[in-house]
Design a protein around this ligand. Structure first.
Ligand code: 13P
Length: 287
């Protein structure tokens, strides 16, 4: 059964480790993440962006696929199915479809509007026992080939949003989605410490987990980060393994064209990436 992310994140915050959110894009991906979490006895959060939800035939299909896998693969570790960077409308759709956790990203709205919409979702999620992530300070990344630098959130705005009663808070601390540019300044631990000071026990979320050096990941965890999102690194390892398989000519010979064989190296590569991250985040054995 899918669970809210609340307990796993509170435990992670207290135990000074982080739970990984791995974004899923298809059946193979999902299976790889779930099997790795089970093998390592780690809690896990499956992230679904609105685009990935659409690609996988809508949120109900995703809920059906993941719920079916939990049962058929006999997954017993805690698993949350989480909307990633949701709009208000997307959040409502995912709640109706049976997601167990929601991110409402109101960071692009003026703070008053972010507060208003987040407040409404806090009520709905509390009633249904779902966890809710809010965001302050937009997390940059590559858009149309232009890589934007990550913003740093205003710690006072973080306090205002945390006080609404969300389960977890994503605050921009110079992190960005996708690959980090050569001239990246690194995470702003000054901002993170200021956010932590004003938000108390609130588990903090670090987006853009791909490419952040290990020492920065560890320091972020020590300063209150309890959830780390990883997407691009799984995409890269999946694509690289698939490319190698095709370049080896295997898709053209014998039964190499069989989609189950064609996608197997990518699925194995995702398992390796998820394992590496769970070990780094310290969530192994914490289920
Ligand atoms: P990366 O794609 O940089 O790993 O970031 C993932 C993320 O933060 C999803 O919300």
């Amino acid at each position: 059964m899918l669970v809210s992310a609340k307990d796993m994140l509170n435990k992670a915050r207290d135990g000074k480790y982080a739970v990984g959110q791995f974004n899923i894009n298809n059946l193979e991906w999902t299976k790889s993440v779930l099997l790795t979490a089970q093998e390592l006895n780690s809690p896990v959060i499956l992230g679904v962006s609105e685009g990935a939800g659409k690609y996988m035939c809508g949120y109900k299909t995703v809920v059906g696929m993941v719920s079916g896998m939990l049962e058929e693969l006999k997954i017993t570790v805690p698993v949350a199915l989480h909307l990633d960077h949701g709009s208000y409308e997307g959040a409502i759709k995912c709640i109706e479809a049976g997601f167990s956790s929601i991110m409402f990203d109101g960071s692009h709205y003026p703070i008053a509007e972010n507060i208003e919409k987040t407040t409404e979702l806090v009520k709905i999620c509390n009633d249904k026992g779902l966890s809710l992530e809010a965001e302050v300070g937009s997390i940059g990344g590559e858009e149309d080939g232009v890589v934007g630098m990550g913003e740093c959130a205003d710690p006072e705005e973080c306090r205002q949003i945390a006080d609404l009663g969300v389960t977890m808070l994503a605050a921009g601390i110079g992190n960005i989605h996708g690959k980090y540019p050569e001239n990246w300044q690194g995470l702003s631990f000054e901002t993170l410490a200021a956010v932590k000071e004003r938000t108390g026990d609130m588990p903090l979320v670090l987006h853009g987990g791909t490419g952040i050096p290990e020492d920065m990941i560890k320091k972020a965890i020590s300063l209150g980060v309890a959830k780390i999102n990883v997407n691009t690194e799984c995409q890269l390892s999946f694509a690289d393994a698939t490319r190698k398989y095709i370049e080896a000519g295997k898709d053209l010979q014998g039964k190499g064209f069989d989609p189950r064989k064609l996608l197997a190296p990518g699925a194995e590569a995702i398992k390796a990436t998820v394992k590496e991250k769970m070990e780094l985040f310290g969530s192994v054995g914490k289920a």
